[in-house]
Design a binder for this molecule. Structure first.
Ligand SMILES: C[S@@+](CC[C@H](N)C(=O)[O-])C[C@H]1O[C@@H](n2cnc3c(N)ncnc32)[C@H](O)[C@@H]1O
Length: 425
């Protein structure tokens, strides 16, 4: 691809386009970007490129002659090829990725004409210009910034400029959607963690998550684009159903933080436990005190209860107790793998709006970090064997099933527990 930019500021314009990725592509000969000084083609002694507008009015207009002479030189230099002469103009068609793609695919040479002052003589446009392109509905002082934008966006689609085609086909606007969010190291920054799925190493899951995020953010940020996007594939329809089902769930936009529950938090904590673990609240806290309130007070006083905050909002809780616990030794059909001291994670939940947001995974990881800081070699968890949601959560967090833990609850009911464990590295 060859791009010739006709401008009154060739040095500035060229300097930008000869840097970085596009600059390197230029050095390798994959693209050829040249900037031409329109003033060099004037035929008057003052090298004047502009004059007063006929009919009066403010400012000056660029004359047709230097523009035409410059264009002739550009065409003469390039010779026969698939060429498009484009005037950068606020009156042109608004530029977009589809136009960039068309220009990259359909032409060998683009000549980008930059106006200045009040613009250029209309007769040059009529005589020589194939197409007018606008950078957007605003007015710039000159066409250079627009020409640089067009040159950059077209060049990055030329094979060899970026390392792989996927570098631009996965980006915003290629298929009518915005790109998914991106993250790099560290895993946690200012209390904000990278979504767990991106750390899972499961490429299929990562791809699915990315497509879903792409759909979701286009829906939120650019409903105009979303309406036009082709989302007819089976996979997209399934993802859209999922998004619809979860539309009231929270997206983790605020910082999350752990807080050791204090006695002040008891009312909030009691309410959370009662609403999140209905019917089980009293029996799940295993300090064997008669009521949930007493059990919670005891756990809080032992420093075992933790609340996870999303911004200022208490969004979930867990209890991390010190092992050993005799009832865990009752494990059948398997055994615990880690010797040494362990932490026991029990009674964990997040409030329903946060389900599916990644907060539960984050909370479990926080519990592991806490146990590690307390010098534990493993974390053990006991859940009811029918608690599928907890099983999935533990699986995502790399806890492993170790065996069954049958028992009888204080109220005489049979309890069918299962033990899961994770070593702390
Ligand atoms: C101040 S503008 C002239 C605007 C012109 N008098 C009008 O109202 O349509 C000077 C030059 O900047 C460039 N320019 C300004 N806004 C632009 C935009 N939105 N997109 C592309 N080029 C633009 C054009 O090359 C134009 O000739």
């Amino acid at each position: 691809m060859r791009i010739d930019i006709m401008t009154l500021f060739p040095e500035t314009t060229g300097a930008v386009l000869h840097e970085s990725i596009i600059g390197r592509a230029g050095k390798k000969g994959i693209v050829d970007i040249r900037c031409w000084q329109i003033r060099d083609y004037t035929e008057n002694r003052q090298m004047q490129v502009d004059d007063y507008p006929y009919g009066g009015g403010r400012g000056c207009v660029m004359m047709a002659q230097p523009l035409k002479s410059c264009l002739d030189a550009v065409i003469g230099d390039a010779g026969e090829c698939r060429r498009r002469v484009i005037y950068m103009s606020p009156q042109g068609r608004p530029y977009d990725q589809a136009t960039a793609r068309r220009l990259a695919e359909d032409y060998d040479q683009l000549v980008l004409v930059c106006g200045h002052y009040e613009g250029i003589d209309e007769r040059f446009i009529e005589e020589c210009v194939d197409e007018e392109i606008s950078l957007g509905d605003f007015v710039l002082t000159g066409g250079e910034i627009a020409a640089m934008a067009v040159a950059d966006s077209v060049c990055r689609m030329i094979p060899g400029v970026l390392s792989e085609e996927i570098c631009f086909t996965e980006e915003s606007h290629w298929d009518g959607l915005l790109e998914y969010p991106q993250y790099t190291r560290p895993e946690e920054w200012q209390g904000r963690r990278v979504p767990e799925v991106l750390l899972s190493g499961d490429h299929a899951k990562v791809d699915r998550w990315r497509r879903r995020m792409s759909l979701e953010r286009t829906m939120q940020k650019r409903p105009d684009m979303f309406e036009k996007a082709d989302l007819s594939s089976r996979e997209d329809r399934k993802l859209l159903e999922e998004i619809e089902k979860n539309k009231n769930r929270v997206t983790l936009t605020e910082k999350t933080a752990l807080k050791m529950a204090s006695e002040e938090d008891l009312p909030v904590l009691t309410e959370m436990v009662r609403s999140l673990l209905p019917g089980e609240a009293d029996r799940l806290f295993v300090h064997e005190l008669p009521s949930l309130e007493e059990n919670l007070l005891w756990a809080v006083q032992c420093g075992e209860c933790w609340i996870i905050l999303h911004g200022e909002e208490p969004a979930g809780f867990f209890c991390l107790r010190e092992g050993p616990a005799e009832h865990l030794d009752e494990i059948r059909d398997g055994k615990w793998h880690y010797d040494g001291s362990y932490g026991i994670l029990d009674s964990f939940a997040v409030i329903p709006r946060y389900r599916g947001s990644g907060l539960s995974d984050r909370m479990i990881r926080e519990a592991e970090v806490l146990a590690g800081a307390q010098g534990k070699t493993a974390v053990r968890v006991e859940i009811h064997r029918r608690n599928e949601a907890a099983k999935k959560l533990l699986d995502r967090c790399s806890f492993r099933f170790r065996g069954n833990i049958p028992g009888i609850l204080p109220d005489g009911q049979e309890w069918r527990g299962q033990g899961f464990e994770k070593g702390i590295s």
